[in-house]
Design a protein around this ligand. Sequence first.
Ligand code: PLP
Length: 397
Amino acid sequence: MHLKLDISDEFYSKKRPYHPSDKLLVGAGPSNCSARVLYTLSHEPVLLPGDEVFKIMVEFREMLKFVFQTTNEATLAIQNSGTGGIEATLTNTVDPGEKIIVGVMGFWGKRVADIAKTRQLDVVEIVPQFGPVFTLNELETAIIKHKPVLLYVTHGESSMGTVQTLEGLGDICHKYNCLLAVDAVVTLGAIPLYVDRWGIDIAVSSTQKAARSIPGLAYLTFSPKAVERMKNRKTVPPFYYNMLELFKVWNCFGVRSIYHYTYNSNLLAASKEGIAEIIEEGLLETWQKHEELNKRLWDGLEKLGLKFYIKNPEYRLHAVTSVELPPSVSFESFNNFLIERYQIYISFGIGPTSGTCFRIGIMGYNATAKLVDYMLEKINEALKYCQGEKLMTTKLG
Ligand SMILES: Cc1ncc(COP(=O)(O)O)c(C=O)c1O
């Protein structure tokens, strides 16, 4: 048979090997990973179903329980980014028409509300009245008023760089028969997060920020009450996100099934190494380090004359910081300078910080004093360049 293409392959057939350069990823995520994590990613995948992947899962689940500080058996990783994790929690625990409250402090809280609406949940969005984060009192008042089945709050709102107090919130929720769900996408492995102690029923995190791996998995944990709710739901969740099936793949409750979908075994193994790095360093030590280094960054930025979007340091997140750019400096030229000169990638502002701030992430593998000092030096240089000082001996680019 004479075969002939209908569409020319002239474009596709040219050899274009992709050579990623060494980048410094110090925005709101993804962050850089260690050589150990990257090396683990570079192996051949493991054939599924099989004992090798199951062995990774068994160890990984125990490690995740530890970093979440929980004894929840329903603790696992699913294949998608943090957003998918949020969608999975909502679609598995709440039926369409049921009422939930979403605490909207910034871009990510709004996103939870938007995802919930696609599921036809009855969504009550509330915003903080007395500052950038919620007081427990105002959350309790909202629960009493609206009687939701679930309250969703963002622990670390990376659009602004705020941290929501969670201690005591679980008890409040449970008093009114409401589950507490928490977006911990940024906070796992960066700042204190006590799932059991704080009465969190559902927590979602991800691989690519402080958890020291690349994007692609969401880490989830569900309390026995959340699992009970899941079992009694009236509607079926999306097939890919069906937690009761995925619990079996992870042997959460002693009933094992060998397949729901093909996990990326490299990603599982590498992300497990990322979590192992946190455990080896010590969870308390890791939390302390993030606090010290982010404060070191704030001190340095203040000395450069920069101001923060969140004025009160008490509310600031020890992972991602929103920094106001002086009016004379455009984000574009500041960002271009850092990328073109040094391959440094920061993030632009989103939601409330859009157009006025840049965001810098000192977290995970990138949480080192050396890197903080390096960043302060380069930010200073970029500011001077953008403000027109003749620092440069050569033209950019
Ligand atoms: C607080 C928070 N929640 C959710 C997400 C969404 O995660 P992903 O981009 O991995 O889907 C992000 C990502 O930046 C985040 O910072």
